[in-house]
Design a protein around this ligand. Structure first.
Ligand code: NAD
Length: 341
């Protein structure tokens, strides 16, 4: 598939023929997760910490220095293989090194395959929270090889499903119905069903990104369904929740908000909740979450303007729209969600 000149290839076993797929370059640098075996012999390799530890300015600086040392020029290619955190940092590194060099992303987690590796957003975490420093920079190639998921820990596997379910909610009722119907096969990790689910989620993401790469018209923003609550929860719970777990709870909160606003029926939330639970995702906030802190964090979200909280609410399946929300409405949702546990 092509996304604004960036190729996205979903191919079981595709990693085996990586050399043939790589763009022509004057040298390659591989950025890889310490925990993941490498498969390519580059000019230079950088192994970085697993997970969010990779996503810091310090790691980026180390790599820029290493690229200089290896004398890699503007014709070089950076290959990044790992989860979403590593890819976000590597994309940022590639977009700034010599004002931008060729980039190949090889996502290894489900979440990175369906979300983080698509759409060109990258970044590192800043002093005031996640993803504060970054650019939008499309890779030359995103190679999605679902075989890589074989070693993914259970919890990370579940985490990825949150973004798949989110994409289905954004796409429409038929997509939610498809997930419901194929749940047993997905739970068994049936390869062709998993591949179809990945393809479907990617198509939704591509559709929204292609029309609004720089997140300006509101089309791409639909992909943030559940994320205003989710990001705040992720920060408030400090490492207790994975990104996907926070998005799962966030989606259920966004669904509750949509019910409170009279936009959807309670079944909207129940179907989302059922799918999330069936794929081992949490749907209520961890016990003891500080609600006041959550509201304050939501007001500070990158997407809020002058402290006014804006949320994506559902007017139905496939009808996600942005709307300003009062703190009291947020508090009501958080309260309902907390006691529903
Ligand atoms: N740029 C975007 O558009 C975008 C979209 C969504 C999420 N993100 C970012 O992605 C990050 C979350 O990504 P994630 O869920 O992949 O988490 P992650 O990158 O933190 O990886 C989770 C864990 O899984 C391990 N892992 C990954 N692949 C593995 C494999 N195949 N086998 C064994 N272990 C493996 C990693 O070492 C890590 O410990 C967050 O930082 C989030 O902000 C970015």
């Amino acid at each position: 598939v092509d996304l604004l000149g960036s190729t996205i290839l979903v191919e079981r076993g595709g990693l085996q023929r990586l050399s043939a797929l790589l763009p022509r370059s004057t040298g390659t640098a591989l950025i890889v997760d310490r925990a993941i075996p490498q498969t390519h012999m580059p000019t230079v390799t950088f192994t970085v910490p697993s997970g969010e530890g990779a996503k810091s300015l310090q790691e980026a600086i180390k790599i820029w220095e290493g690229l200089e040392e290896a004398q890699l020029d503007r014709g070089c290619c950076i290959i990044a293989q790992g989860g979403g955190a590593l890819l976000d940092m590597a994309g940022f590194v590639a977009s700034c090194y010599l004002r931008g060099v060729s980039l190949v992303l090889i996502p290894t987690s489900l979440l990175a395959m369906v979300d983080a590796s698509i759409g060109g957003k990258n970044g590192v975490n800043g002093l005031n929270g996640k993803n504060r420093i970054g650019t939008t920079y499309l890779p030359a190639l995103t190679l999605i090889d679902p075989c890589l998921l074989d070693t993914l820990p259970e919890r990370q596997w579940s985490s990825g499903w949150a973004e798949v379910i989110k994409c289905a909610a954004i796409q429409g009722e038929a997509s939610i119905g498809w997930l419901e119907e194929h749940l047993p096969l997905l739970q068994q990790r049936d390869p062709s069903t998993v591949d179809q689910a990945i393809q479907a989620a990617i198509s939704t993401k591509i559709e929204k990104v292609a029309g609004d790469l720089h997140d300006r018209t509101g089309l791409r923003a639909q992909l943030n369904f559940g994320h205003t609550f989710g990001h705040a929860l992720e920060t408030a719970c400090q490492g207790q929740l994975t990104h996907g777990e926070a998005v799962s709870i966030g989606m259920v909160c966004a669904a509750q908000l949509s019910i409170d606003l009279g936009l959807v029926q309670p079944t909207f939330k129940h179907r989302l909740e059922k799918l999330c639970r069936a794929l081992c995702l949490p749907t209520a906030m961890p016990y003891g979450t500080d609600l006041q802190q959550l509201v304050a964090l939501m007001a500070r979200d990158k997407k809020s303007i002058a402290g006014q909280i804006t949320c994506l609410v559902a007017h139905g399946w496939g009808q996600i729209r942005r709307q300003p929300i009062e703190p009291s409405q947020i508090r009501a949702v958080l309260y309902t969600n907390q006691i529903s546990q």
